[in-house]
Design a protein around this ligand. Structure first.
Ligand code: 5MM
Length: 341
């Protein structure tokens, strides 16, 4: 693999492939394991991640990058093979979640800012030595009738840009993830409100990235799609989501950015696939449009596994199915009939 960040970024968004977000922190993977009645132990986290990374077909054909939590970056499979080596053997690029999570933002009731900049340069160096070629930092933006504030957006965008510049200084590609949440509470905002907020957020994020001299060719954007809140009475078709999302991206994302890899954000599995497909089937864009899904790639796999080693083939087959459907959607070649098949 080339050492140039531009080449690494291109390798993370190959045609018909996307990114597996397997970077659930210990607290978040507990929520996922709770939903299938599995205890959140080191061994169970290792077993689950091993079944994902040993899923030969999806990993080889549909996954061009894997975001890892720090524990997983340093973890090994049961036979002693480092997970990073398993991932590299499939030609996927290993990466690391670099942020330390969102905390309340002083002076901004109801808003958060993502922490983790202090000492980040040294941590990035260590992660690079351990095999990570990219990193990811997630900013969380919540919509309600008065939020987000400009100050809240700006604080998060500035942290994203500082993180991105540090990544590039240490030879890692930054995934820049400003997530406008669809499932926060209250979440009855319309698609138009999400359009407006996502537009402002991306404008401020790219202003800050420019001010910090981030090389746009060596980064990946991981945004939300423009969708109505999950509790909004008026939901949207895949075509509407695609139209709003592509319009906002074209307004704010420079053509120099090689790829846009969406988060799924609580969308249903098929909904996340259909929305991505509608964008790729109907629009020409200067950047690759693909997935960096956590839940929408893993939910059916987790359920099929249920913590039982006997279920690993079924779990791997569920993972392959979602990876295949999303890989086709990244090319605009998916249709609902394929789901039934
Ligand atoms: C996989 O979840 C990631 C980690 O979340 P926590 O820091 O809360 O543990 C998350 O950053 C993820 O990469 C993105 O939100 C995309 O995941 P979804 O499930 O929204 O596609």
């Amino acid at each position: 693999m080339s050492e140039r960040i531009e080449d690494i970024a291109e390798a993370m968004v190959l045609p018909g492939q996307g990114i597996l977000a397997a970077d659930e922190s210990t607290g978040t993977i507990k929520k996922r394991f709770d939903s299938i009645g599995v205890e959140n132990t080191l061994e169970n986290r290792q077993a689950y991640r091993e079944l994902l990374f040993r899923s030969a077909e999806p990993m080889n054909e549909r996954v061009s990058g894997v975001i890892l939590f720090e524990e997983t970056l340093h973890q090994k499979a049961v036979d002693g093979t480092p997970f990073v080596d398993l991932i590299r053997a499939t030609n996927a690029v290993p990466g690391i979640k670099a942020d330390k999570g969102a905390v309340p933002l002083p002076g901004h009731p109801g808003e958060t800012v993502t922490e983790g900049l202090d000492g980040l340069g040294d941590r990035l160096k260590g992660w690079r030595d351990a095999g990570a070629l990219f990193a990811k930092w997630r900013a969380v933006i919540t919509i309600d009738d008065r939020l987000p504030s400009y100050g809240g957006i700006r604080a998060n965008a500035h942290a994203l840009a500082r993180y991105a510049a540090l990544c590039q200084q240490h030879g890692l590609v930054p995934i820049v993830e400003p997530e406008v949440q669809m499932d926060a509470d209250p979440a009855d905002h319309t698609i138009e409100r999400c359009h407006e907020v996502t537009s402002t957020v991306l404008q401020v994020v790219f202003n800050e990235l420019r001010e910090q001299n981030v090389k746009l060719e060596g980064m990946i954007l991981k945004p939300n799609m423009v969708v109505p809140g999950s509790k909004c009475p008026t939901q949207a078709s895949a075509e509407e989501v695609a139209a709003h999302t592509v319009s906002v991206l074209k307004q704010h994302v420079p053509a120099a950015v090689p790829g846009v890899a969406f988060l799924s954000g609580g969308q249903g599995d098929i909904e996340a696939t259909a929305n991505l497909n509608a964008m790729n089937a109907n629009y020409d864009t200067p950047w690759a449009l693909t997935y960096s899904y956590g839940r929408a790639l893993q939910a059916s796999c987790l359920k099929a596994w249920g913590g039982n080693a006997h279920n690993i083939p079924a779990a791997q087959s569920a993972f392959k199915n979602r990876a295949d459907m999303n890989g086709l959607a990244a090319l605009g070649n998916w249709n609902e009939g394929l789901e039934r098949a």
